[in-house]
Write a protein that binds this ligand. Structure first.
Ligand code: HEC
Ligand code: HEC
Length: 478
């Protein structure tokens, strides 16, 4: 602002005051009136030329390829996993059996689709079609819409047998759909949960799919690297009011890193969990059919074998021996990180400035760590790779407005993993519940009572419109 005091006095609103007051006071008043003038002017400018999210980058998907340097055998596992990731599951009598009795969709790739297989929620929500497939009689909950994000629903508190909410925390995923009415479900009678009633009582929180690109790299970052990065950021973090901590496994105490709350340990665990929770397919990691709390599952809904998926002991091909869960994990492990639109001085001046503002001015990077390097992996292509994930893999208190009321491990009801920002340029929906498609709103949502990001967002809000635009352009280049 200081340099604006050099503006010739004839351009100022109340220059006549100069003669009545002492020189120091005059200077202050001149500054003040100039500020008022600039604020009013800036307001007009903002109305007309406010910074805007340029929207998803067009052109081909710059994600979804296998990481470079794989052997032919590793590539065979990648392709086998890619195929299985897209298989559409049915209840019984088809090629891929075991769907249900409750589910959110019928293939991994239906939810993980944008901008290429493995990614996040597509523009057109497949759940609308899946809900009614094969004669199913599901009602669409109000939060599932054709042009909205793919969502799963968690209940914050458990419900009793009468449908009333209890004081017992729940936090679990409640399948949106059941197989009732499907031609391959025979005698299963199973009503959907009463989502409307839960919504009215503010007992539902949503999650959208996180992309699975670069997952092998995330898996290969050592605990030491995560903790050393936290230590390296600690001075800025303290200054800006950011804390954050790792989430840890209840099984072995090591840092967990997958999912919106960094609640899951490994790709294998996530594959097994997703297969059963999202699709109702039991497997070697989660061999038992999910219950239907607070009620037991009706026997007519328990079709097929248990588990639905397992090691194929009789297979004659190498990749065929793997269970689906192992194969899904291998596919995601070998998926490369998304390719940004440009790097370094190959980017436009605006994008280069945006990166500078992100890391050096607004300090978004105090949580969104631009890169970490992987350790030594048993897959050489995953060893010592710079993973440009833009996350510290820690969980942070994000304030009252983002809080979802669900605790997972050491991640409390208002804590979330710093969302990795790689691939952001081609994403459609943002934040854990997909509440916005606008990057600017996603940034503003970081600030609310109790959020560790409040200091950083305060700096962001002080940027000029041009600077904000540069930052948004940078984010859409990722
Ligand atoms: C109905 C949509 C849906 C289907 C089907 C689905 N997912 Fe997901 N996936 C999600 C959601 C929602 C999340 C975020 C969950 C969370 O954090 O609680 C997620 C997260 C993940 C993650 C964590 C990625 C990360 O880095 O955070 C992995 C891995 C994953 N899914 C794998 C799979 C696999 C494998 C399948 C198929 C067996 C699958 N998903 C099927 C919706 C889906
Ligand atoms: C205190 C740590 C912290 C700071 C500081 C921070 N973020 Fe975030 N960011 C997060 C967390 C945690 C999430 C996930 C929140 C959620 O989904 O509820 C997130 C989500 C995002 C998302 C949405 C990503 C997605 O996958 O949906 C964007 C975009 C983003 N941040 C950009 C920024 C920018 C730009 C800044 C700086 C102006 C910033 N963040 C500062 C922690 C932080």
């Amino acid at each position: 602002m200081n340099q604006n005091l050099d503006v010739p006095s004839s351009h100022l609103a109340h220059t006549s005051r100069k003669s009545i007051t002492g020189s120091k006071r005059s200077l202050i008043l001149r500054g003040l009136s100039l500020t008022i003038f600039l604020l009013a002017f800036g307001f007009v400018l903002q109305g007309q030329n406010g910074a805007q999210d340029p929207g998803p980058r067009t052109g081909g998907a710059q994600a979804g390829a296998p990481i470079a340097g794989l052997t032919a055998d590793q590539l065979a596992y990648f392709n086998d996993g890619l195929n299985r990731f897209q298989e559409v599951e049915v209840v019984q009598g088809g090629a891929h059996n075991g769907l249900g009795p409750t589910f959110n969709s019928n293939s991994c790739s239906s939810c993980h689709a944008q901008p290429a297989i493995g990614g996040s929620s597509p523009a057109v929500n497949p759940q609308v079609q899946v809900a009614a497939a094969d004669g199913a009689t599901n009602t669409l909950p109000s939060f599932i819409t054709l042009n909205g994000p793919v969502r799963e629903a968690r209940f914050i508190f458990a419900t009793g047998p009468n449908g009333r909410i209890t004081n017992t925390p729940d936090g679990g995923v409640h399948g949106l759909f059941t197989i009732q009415g499907r031609s391959d479900a025979q005698s299963c009678t199973l009503a959907q949960p009463n989502f409307q009633r839960m919504l009215e009582q503010n007992n539902v929180s949503f999650r959208i799919p996180t992309p699975t690109y670069g997952e092998g790299l995330i898996e290969s970052i050592s605990e030491d690297t995560i903790l050393a990065n936290q230590a390296a950021e600690s001075a800025w973090a303290r200054f800006l009011g950011v804390s954050g901590h790792p989430n840890r496994s209840g099984n072995d105490g090591s840092i967990t890193r997958f999912g919106w709350k960094a609640q899951n340990k490994s790709l294998l665990v996530f594959s097994g969990e997703a297969y059963n929770v999202e699709m109702g397919i039991t497997n070697e990691l989660f061999p038992n059919e999910r219950g239907y709390p607070p009620n037991p599952l009706p026997p007519g809904c328990l079709t097929g074998q248990a588990p639905d998926d397992g090691t194929n002991f009789d297979s004659t091909t190498t990749t065929g021996v793997s269970s689906d869960t192992v194969s899904f994990a291998a596919f995601m492990r070998l998926l490369d990180q998304p390719t940004p639109a440009c790097t370094g001085t190959g980017c436009s001046a605006s994008i280069q400035n945006g990166r500078h503002l992100f890391t050096d001015v607004a300090k978004c990077s105090v949580c969104h760590t631009p890169s970490m390097t992987t350790g030594t992996s048993y897959v050489p292509a995953l060893s010592n790779v710079q993973a440009n994930l833009f996350s510290d893999l820690l969980v942070h208190n994000m304030g009252r407005e983002l809080a979802d009321g669900v605790s997972q491990g050491a991640a409390g009801p208002d804590e979330f993993r710093t969302a990795p920002l790689w691939g952001l340029g081609q994403r459609i929906f943002f934040l854990h519940d997909g509440r916005t498609s606008d990057l600017l709103q996603a940034i503003e949502a970081h600030a609310s009572q109790g959020s560790e990001a409040n200091g950083v967002i305060h700096i962001f809000n002080g940027l000029t419109q041009t600077q904000k635009q540069d930052l948004l352009n940078f984010l859409r280049s990722l």
